[in-house]
Design a protein around this ligand. Structure first.
Ligand code: ADP
Length: 549
């Protein structure tokens, strides 16, 4: 209760007391962190200083012009504010709350009964159970006196607090104190709301940061994975193209993004039909398909998953694995095919000698023995080639790098071949006098040249020209024939392991498809290179270039 002291300046003393009370109120309200708790504290403070039977705190929202109850306490009971219907602001002055909101001034009404009878306002009477009666429809209100004070923020009225009493009437001093407490409460509510808003913003910011960090990590993972990944929009445009996709296809993300996928994979339409696209959460299956990527023939293993942003495709280059598979089956096919003929010949000749050896003409017996020797030598040559190719693959072949008299080595290779070639074949040799030494391994160079001359005789039909010359810091040996030549599409492939152009031809000479592979691997190990040029129908020319010593 506010009392005045009997001294010379009762007004001053009262003011000091009010100031002290408000200070205390400000401290207590300032300790509260939740808006609802601020109202409770406000009410606690009020209980000691102004007698009342009910308190209602309402907020006024300019946007919908409605007054909402936020806190209600009636005769010892806290009531649920949502049970109070929102009241529209009455700008013409009817209704006590509206009047306070419109004028921004506090108000004391000591004749509530009288006021509610007047037209123009909507009045409710609430009892301690929360039951609400519209006044004065039913009976006179229990409330005798009421005080109202505006809740302000930066000069604008944003609410109103009503204090009601069933017995007392309120004095202007009580109104002054009440108004002061409402001011403190409003400040505390504002602080608490700001703090709450700040916490909300901080939490939202932290959540946004966490999401951004997660996205960043996801983006880094997409960039780091070894699989090519791209995202295709519904219209077939590339939306994302990761680093691995760049490496596999040699198409940069800047070139792929925003472009139709068909600009990277030209036959995409046909291929896409063969790639299963899984629904999200379902393990995708993959399809291995041949692709022409920038002129390179690749085998790519694709899988797709539908996502909200489009279809995410993952792919990896399985050309190596595929080639290995092909090599394996080529190996089995070649070896079994190439071994079968000489083995059958050896077996047949040996059996004839065993069964009829004594009755055979000596010349016939000798022919059989020669055949056994030749075919056995062919068998061991095939075995040697297969073993050498395997050792080259495993990096087990040591190749010398020393000065080699290339003229001597070429002559030796030609002589070795001359002993074997049919009488119809001829080998011309032309060696520049200033050719000088090459750097490499004499035995290996001879092995390569023997293979090239052997092929030229085997496939070229007879006339072979071997030329040795010096060229741009290199020594070059060219082996040319005038046979059917090699189709352009085969010119690179004939250096692959087991590859044989036209092997189905029954007239095709025997071979393993390893000779050129071995030749190229050996020449590379001597820092040289081997190439073919051919005009089909006009023969083929194989060139071996080695560094000068
Ligand atoms: P092989 O002679 O055992 O089949 P190579 O690796 O030496 O194996 O040759 C691979 C293929 O290249 C041959 O099968 C042949 O089709 C083709 N080839 C090689 N040399 C010539 C040539 N001088 N003329 C035409 N084709 C050739």
């Amino acid at each position: 209760m506010v009392t005045s002291r009997a001294d010379d300046s009762p007004d001053l003393a009262r003011k000091a007391e009010i100031a002290e009370l408000l200070l205390h109120a400000a401290r207590r309200l300032g300790e509260t962190l939740e808006p609802e708790r601020v109202y409770d504290t406000f009410h606690d403070l009020l209980v000691g200083v102004v007698p009342h039977d009910g308190v209602v705190v309402s907020a006024y929202d300019e946007r919908d012009d409605l007054i909402h109850c936020e806190y209600a306490w009636v005769e010892g009971n806290r009531l649920d504010p949502s049970t109070f219907p929102p009241v529209p602001l009455n700008r013409t002055g009817g209704g006590m709350q509206s009047r306070v909101i419109v004028t921004g001034e506090p108000l004391v009404v000591n004749d509530v009964e009288e006021v509610v009878r007047q037209p123009g306002g909507t009045f409710y009477d609430v009892d301690s159970t929360g039951e609400m009666r519209k006044l004065p429809d039913v009976e006179p209100p229990g409330t005798k006196a009421a005080m109202m004070a505006p809740v302000k923020e930066e000069g604008r009225v944003i609410g109103v607090v009503q204090l009601m009493s069933d017995r007392a009437s309120y004095t202007p001093e009580q109104l002054e104190l009440f108004d002061g407490l409402v001011g403190q409460m409003a400040a505390a509510v504002r602080t608490v709301r700001l703090q709450k808003e700040r916490r909300r913003l901080e939490a939202a910011e932290a959540a946004a940061r966490a999401i951004a960090a997660e996205r960043e990590t996801a983006a880094q993972v997409v960039e780091a994975v070894a699989d090519g990944i791209f995202l295709l929009g519904d219209d077939g445009t590339v939306l994302l193209w990761n680093r691995a996709a760049e490496l596999i296809t040699a198409v940069r993300a800047s070139e792929a993004r925003g472009r139709p996928i068909a600009s990277v994979f030209p036959n995409w339409e046909t291929l896409a039909a063969q790639i299963p696209v899984a629904e999200p959460g379902v393990t995708p299956r993959s399809a291995t398909l041949p692709m022409d990527v920038g002129g390179r023939d690749l085998w790519l293993s694709f899988s797709g998953v539908q996502s909200a942003a489009g279809v995410v495709y993952a792919f990896r280059d399985v050309t190596g694995e595929r080639r290995l598979e092909e090599e394996k089956s080529d190996f089995i096919a070649t070896v079994s095919h190439e071994l079968r003929t000489p083995m059958a010949a050896v077996y047949g000749a040996a059996q004839t000698l065993l069964q009829r050896g004594e009755s055979l003409e000596p010349a016939r017996a000798r022919d059989l023995l020669v055949m056994i020797v030749n075919q056995a030598s062919r068998l061991s040559q095939i075995t040697e080639e297969v073993l050498l190719a395997g050792r080259l693959d495993r990096g087990e072949v040591r190749v010398q790098r020393e000065p080699v008299d290339i003229a001597d080595v070429t002559r030796a290779a030609v002589e070795a071949m001359r002993e074997q070639i049919p009488p119809s074949a001829a080998i011309d040799v032309e060696i520049d006098s200033d050719v000088g030494p090459a750097e490499g391994d004499a035995d290996r160079i001879q092995q390569v040249l023997v293979n090239l001359i052997d092929n030229a005789v085997k496939y070229g039909g007879g006339q072979v020209r071997v030329r040795v010359e010096r060229a741009d810091g290199h020594v070059r040996v060219a082996v040319a024939d005038s046979g059917p030549g090699i189709a352009l599409a085969d010119q690179e492939r004939i250096f692959e392991k087991f590859y044989r152009a036209d092997p189905q031809l029954t007239t095709a000479p025997h071979g393993t498809g390893l000779g050129l592979y071995i030749s190229r691997e050996l020449v590379r190990r001597m820092a040289g290179r081997i190439e073919v040029s051919s005009d089909p129908a006009r023969g083929a020319t194989f060139c071996v270039e080695l560094p000068q010593a």
